[in-house]
Design a protein around this ligand. Structure first.
Ligand SMILES: CC(=O)SCCNC(=O)CCNC(=O)[C@H](O)C(C)(C)COP(=O)(O)OP(=O)(O)OC[C@H]1O[C@@H](n2cnc3c(N)ncnc32)[C@H](O)[C@@H]1OP(=O)(O)O
Length: 504
């Protein structure tokens, strides 16, 4: 039991967009957007000089522009230059994980008032690149500035590189396809659930003033493929992909209950951080047991619910990370909620916008606002990598009886995948598959994970002919195909052609 006076509380939130879909604003660097969001969050506390009490500034890593120490630059601007600063590594789970860490620090007395921030200017950077303008010439910070450098190994393990399974747009559909199969959903049923979910997200984004695209999209808009909604990777058309070209930022102020009261924060501003838990799976997706569930999410959820003494039915609000539909679907499935559940009060990465690692900061903003007026207990979910890092955290309108009960340290889960079969030739059962489409609207490259008769795992990519076959996604899972693997390049042919069923 933590000292009740040290119970961590959110006392101020702020977020914003600069420009919106179809209406760009003047280019602004992430630090400027974050500064504005931090100003809004500090003002939201209702305490005039709260900035001078900040003793820790945490930033979720910005991916659209490189900074040596963004939180230090921000702290100096806010007049809190003595504050301790920390920038997370890359990963969309960090807002939830950092809130948990800050909660722990406040409960143990190592932090007094913390500011947690993040933001992206990918819309500005992309627009500047198109016109040949270097943002540095616009006065953006050049310490070091420029797009951050990425190690190719950050994108995927050697096995994933060999199989061409490198971008989120290629990898997440592999999870979707397998989950659909395990739920008994055909390709069309899986797509229908995604569209129903995302149409609901669009309505929510329409009510969020910080949403990048507040225009209402129906399920029919989402499933209708055309020039403004091209098929990207089966079964996801563009509108089921995270929208990364956004300029958005968010900030959250966290302190202890005692400090909030000493500073004069109004009771109706205060939202309690109960805490949560996280788990990590191997970054190599091919080293995991299967693609139809997230062992890390299941573990993070089970430990979050256990520590907070909650059952899924106790949650009034569930806010999912939603870069692609399979992620909110997995959250709903792992919590055992109905498939009609809409796990968002933020609006999702497609319509609210997908400012990469800082999306879940916007969730914390939306959830805090909701808990101040409506609802008692909320679970916020963050996801990083390829479903690699999961963290869930509970916030509530009232304190937990034992104060802060979270565990900020993630549990590391072992590799449990089958042995790889490299340069295999023979039959495999399709475990999961997808196909990426070209801009001509045809499948261009296919991706397959298969299981050999002796239980080993084959993985690789195909040419357009193989892609045509694998675009069937959930409808081809479980069937047997013949593969020839040459260094990850697969030739795939059906061995059990479907025969027309004879009507009875
Ligand atoms: C843990 C994690 O978070 S993993 C997820 C991280 N996020 C991602 O990986 C982002 C995934 N999305 C993407 O990479 C991109 O959206 C892509 C590749 C799917 C599409 O990008 P592009 O090929 O550049 O877009 P495309 O040329 O098809 O579309 C052009 C138009 O649609 C817009 N657009 C691009 N992506 C999207 C999107 N996902 N949703 C809606 N509109 C989009 C563009 O801004 C452009 O609009 P404009 O003509 O008004 O300027």
């Amino acid at each position: 039991m933590t000292d009740p006076a040290r119970t961590p509380v959110v006392v101020g939130v702020g977020d914003l967009r600069s420009g919106r879909a179809g209406a760009p604003a003047d280019p602004r660097e992430p630090l400027d957007l974050i500064h504005d969001a931090a100003g809004a969050a500090l003002a939201d506390t209702g305490v005039d000089d709260i900035a001078r009490h900040i003793d820790a500034v945490y930033a979720v890593k910005t991916a659209s522009w490189a900074y040596d120490d963004l939180p230090a630059l921000l702290a100096a601007r806010l007049g809190a230059a003595a504050a301790r600063t920390h920038t997370s590594p890359l990963g969309g789970h960090w807002p939830a994980a950092l809130l948990d860490r800050i909660g722990h620090e406040i409960a143990t007395g190592t932090t007094g008032v913390a500011l947690l921030v993040g933001g992206e200017s990918q819309a500005s950077v992309t627009a500047a690149t198109k016109t040949g303008t270097d943002p540095a010439t616009l006065g953006w910070t050049t310490a070091p500035g420029g797009p951050p450098a990425f190690d190719p190994d950050d994108l995927g393990s050697p096995a994933m590189q060999r199989a061409g399974m490198l971008a989120p747009t290629r990898v997440y559909p592999l999870f979707e396809t397998r989950l659909s199969h395990e739920l008994g959903h055909s390709h069309d049923e899986s797509l229908a659930w995604s569209a129903q979910l995302y149409a609901a997200f669009s309505e929510i984004a329409g009510r969020n003033p910080a949403a990048w695209n507040p225009d209402l999209r129906t399920a029919e808009d989402i499933t209708t493929v055309g020039p403004r909604n091209r098929m990207v990777t089966a079964p996801y058309p563009l509108l089921l992909n995270a929208m990364p070209f956004v300029d958005q930022a968010a900030a959250v102020v966290v302190t202890s209950l005692a400090t909030a009261r000493e500073l004069g924060v109004a009771e109706d501003r205060i939202v309690y951080v109960w805490g949560g838990a996280g788990a990590t799976e191997p970054a190599d997706i091919l080293a995991r047991a299967g693609f139809g569930r997230s062992a890390a999410l299941a573990d993070a959820l089970a430990r979050t619910l256990e520590r907070t003494d909650l059952r899924p039915a106790d949650l009034d609000i569930v806010d999912a990370y939603s870069c692609f539909p399979v992620v909110p679907k997995l959250l709903v499935e792992h919590l055992g909620l109905t498939r009609e559940t809409v796990p968002s009060v933020t609006g999702g990465h497609s319509f609210f916008g997908g400012p990469l690692n800082s999306y879940t900061l916007h969730s914390l903003v939306a959830v805090t606002r909701r808990l101040r007026t409506d609802g008692e207990i909320a679970l916020v979910h963050g996801n990083g990598g390829y479903l690699t890092y999961q963290h869930t955290v509970v916030l509530a309108a009232a304190p937990h009886t034992r104060g802060y009960v979270g565990d900020p340290e993630p549990r590391v889960l072992p590799a449990t995948g089958p042995e790889p079969a490299v340069d295999y030739s023979g039959d495999v059962e399709v475990h999961t598959a997808t196909a990426e489409y070209g801009r001509d609207g045809h499948p261009a490259i296919g991706f397959l994970v298969g299981t050999t008769p002796d239980g080993r795992r084959v993985s690789g990519y195909t040419d357009a002919a193989g892609a045509q076959l694998l675009a069937a996604g959930a409808d081809i899972v479980g069937r047997t195909v013949h593969v020839v693997d040459r260094g990850g390049a697969l030739t795939v042919t059906l061995t059990d052609p479907v025969t027309e069923e004879t009507p009875a």
